[in-house]
Design a binder for this molecule. Sequence first.
Ligand code: NDP
Length: 240
Amino acid sequence: MQHKQALITGASRGIGRAIAEELAGQGYDLILTCLRSIEGMRDYARYLEETYAVSCTTFRGDVGDPSSTERLFASVNKLDVLVNNAGISHIGLLQDMSPEEWRRVMAVNLDGVFYTCRLAVPLMLHAGGGRILNISSVWGNVGASMEVAYSASKGAVNGFTRALAKELAPSNIQVNAIACGVIDTDMNRCFDEEERQALIREIPADRMGTAREAAALAGQIIASPAYLTGQIITLDGGWI
Ligand code: NDP
């Protein structure tokens, strides 16, 4: 029997990499993308192929560039699952942010989700159903000081998720998001040890989450009935 196919953006590191292994474990053939780390991601794809007997293709491109996403989809003719995971943060006061920096955060975190979905949905309609999962943030729900652009981009992803879920529910396409709290990945390497400990003290679970925990939840949402749709599911150790 032909395997189901899943596309994961930003799969070279962190949460996306862990989701790749989770879905390989569920028997999905994978299309993995990243912006720069293509060599490491190719090695990882080979590891997944050998360990889980699935096929993995890799693509280097910028989710914030619509022509790059069109190139990616030019060779995709079947898609069951889309995980919009690629994202960037920007920390600093709003008044110190340039329009170019603002646009970049929006292009990667928000526009990128639109560019993939607009090309994935016709394939899912053709297949009679599908799953879209967006990796969002608790800051999209409540906002964070020094992360206004990031919070705005993830808040928009949450609105996008709820609206697209309504649009696609009649077509058996599930659309959800995970609002992550602090997950221990490269994204948080900008904090020094003191700042990390201060953050952890605020989290009732008394630790950061792991990429594997985020991936396990992603796997469960994707495996859940399509009737579970339009949800922003928080994974934050009781933090927010
Ligand atoms: P990492 O910084 O560890 O990894 C980011 C991944 O996204 C890498 O694979 C990177 O590729 C890829 N990427 C970045 N920019 C682009 C781009 N323009 N086009 C294509 N790929 C790109 O991040 P995390 O794993 O921590 O974060 C994953 C998602 O989870 C993000 O959407 C983030 O906002 C969200 N999130 C993370 C939290 C956390 O605490 N870690 C908290 C809340 C949400 P490359 O290796 O080539 O650079």
